[in-house]
Design a protein around this ligand. Structure first.
Ligand code: CA
Length: 244
């Protein structure tokens, strides 16, 4: 079986030629490739597409690669390979200390990068991988299917709109992670403005209505006061549905 099948790689690099060269090569190998030229775009794609691996340049405008991996590691163990132009050992160690799985020093051979990618991807647990290939996220009695865009609770389908589904899918990928309203806007693919931030509250309210047994006492989507929302990472034996 080709390792590349269904694998999505996010490449973050501001030098357009380099970005294109890496992307073209990975595409030719059969990977699905996402491109970002700076950190905010990278985080937005990361939340929305849940890539299998990130190729991350250290030298980026605004937010550098170290800061981006720090953010990613706040909620995800996705494999990250860093690209660094700097030969100093301290920089290489910095990346590894921040949780990079590997690094490649520029100028590098594209074949070497591809070989590192293959090696790092093989380390990912087969069970997680299998579920991911099927597009499934399981959490307590919730099963979300990204491919079919369905959600069930205790085997019963929950009806969600497209935006509600995208928000919940993004949150369920990282149980326990607190999402600010602007994080959630990024997940929903909406531009960042204060007015739109308030619409997030309305979306969450509606998701709770569809999903929660008692929307007034939510157990799946919790409010983190003054910050935002999270999907609980500690859902214990769901209560009986009073409507049953
Ligand atoms: Ca760069």
């Amino acid at each position: 079986m080709g390792d590349q099948a269904n694998r999505t790689i996010l490449v973050v690099e501001d030098e357009k030629e380099m970005l294109q060269m890496v992307s073209d090569y990975l595409l030719a190998l059969g990977y699905r490739v996402l491109q970002a030229e700076e950190g905010r775009e990278a985080m937005k794609l990361f939340h929305r597409e849940a890539p299998d691996l990130v190729v991350l340049d250290v030298m980026l405008p605004l937010i550098d690669g170290f800061e981006i991996i720090r953010k990613i590691r706040g909620f995800s163990s996705v494999p990250v390979i860093m690209l660094t132009a700097r030969a100093e050992e301290s920089d290489r160690l910095m990346g590894l200390e921040l949780g990079a799985d590997d690094y490649v020093i520029k100028p590098f051979s594209i074949r070497e990068l591809a070989a590192r990618i293959r090696t790092v991807l093989r380390r990912v647990s087969p069970i997680e991988e299998e579920q991911k290939l099927q597009g499934l996220i399981k959490l307590s009695d919730l099963v979300l299917n990204r491919e079919k865009r369905t959600l069930s609770r205790s085997g019963k389908m929950v009806d969600l709109t497209a935006v509600q589904f995208d928000l919940l899918a993004g949150m369920m990928e990282h149980p326990g992670k607190v999402f600010t309203r602007s994080d959630l806007l990024a997940l929903s693919g909406t531009a960042l403005t204060e007015a739109y931030e308030r619409t997030i509250d309305a979306h969450i309210k509606n998701i709770r209505k569809a999903l929660e047994i008692d929307p007034q006492n939510p157990q799946y989507i919790l409010t983190v006061r003054g910050v935002g929302y999270k999907v609980s990472d500690n859902i214990t034996s769901p209560r009986e549905d009073p409507l049953l």
